[in-house]
Design a protein around this ligand. Structure first.
Ligand code: Z5A
Length: 228
């Protein structure tokens, strides 16, 4: 199964992804946690170019094709092999980030981006996308604090320095994408405390499994009862 985590900067995706992976692993599922950009060697090399606030000369289309190059390699080298081996893949950002940031944020044509996403990913779509939604100021404040504490303000700050309007367009873009595909997206109220956010993620996963008539949701519930 392929699950993606999407949302604006500082929404709490990484925190929730790590929790959900731990939760599933304790119940015997084999999980692979990965991210874009940076889930494969090529992506780790591209990440500083894409995210360093001191990168000033990246044209919009150059940025787009670097994200797509990372995706093509990441799918081929990491995601597909893991899915074929039966792992649950949890990925922090994927094709919807390109639509939200390069499309709604930077203003590139979203139909064109969909075609490029299709080409880069070889048509691989997530079964479930958790969209972490919260007010932009709240996300930026969290990310800013985290970056200051971890000394990442410059090395990972290129998108943080975009205008509030840019981040608002990205947020609205994500919500539009979720409305278009309600069966794939689950919206998580990411402004809530972490313990509440992770419960929402669990519920979304269980609801997805139930909607697919998979008995995993019942297994999780039974194991919970055993734990209590
Ligand atoms: N990008 C793109 O433009 N096009 C693409 O195709 C792709 C990406 C794939 C990657 O940034 C950037 O690339 C991204 C879009 C662009 N830029 N932006 N903006 P990244 O990978 O470095 O970072 P990110 O994906 O934006 O995530 P983030 O800043 O690391 O945030 P997060 O993972 O959503 O949040 P977090 O690290 O879990 O939490 C942030 C802080 O908040 C941290 O201190 C937590 O302890 C705290 N936190 C987490 N949850 C909570 C709750 N519930 N309450 C309070 N505090 C919390």
């Amino acid at each position: 199964m392929f699950i993606t985590f999407e949302g604006i900067e500082g929404a709490g995706k990484t925190t929730a992804l790590n929790y959900l992976a731990g939760f599933l692993q304790r119940r015997g599922y084999d999980c692979l946690c990965t991210r874009e950009p940076g889930g494969c060697t090529l992506g780790r090399n591209l990440r500083p170019i894409l995210l360093d606030a001191r990168t000033r000369t990246l044209a919009g289309r150059a940025e787009l094709f670097l994200f797509l190059a990372d995706r093509a390699q990441h799918v081929a080298e990491v995601i597909r092999p893991a899915l074929e081996a039966g792992q649950i893949v949890l990925c922090d950002r994927y094709t919807d980030s390109t639509l939200a940031y390069q499309g709604y944020g930077r203003g590139l044509d979203t139909d064109y981006l969909r075609r490029l996403n299709e080409a880069a990913s070889g048509g691989l779509q997530p079964q479930l996308t958790l969209l972490f939604d919260l007010p932009v100021r709240c996300g930026l404040m969290r990310a800013g604090e985290r970056n200051r504490t971890e000394g990442l303000t410059f090395s990972e700050g290129r998108f943080d320095s975009e205008s509030l309007d840019f981040h608002e367009r990205v947020r609205l873009g994500y919500r539009a994408l979720a409305e278009e595909e309600p069966e794939r997206f689950a919206i998580v109220d990411a402004a809530q405390p972490p313990e509440d956010v992770v419960l929402q993620c669990r519920s979304a996963l269980e609801a997805h499994w139930r909607s697919q008539d998979l008995n995993e949701a019942d297994m999780l519930e039974e194991q919970d009862n055993d734990d209590n």
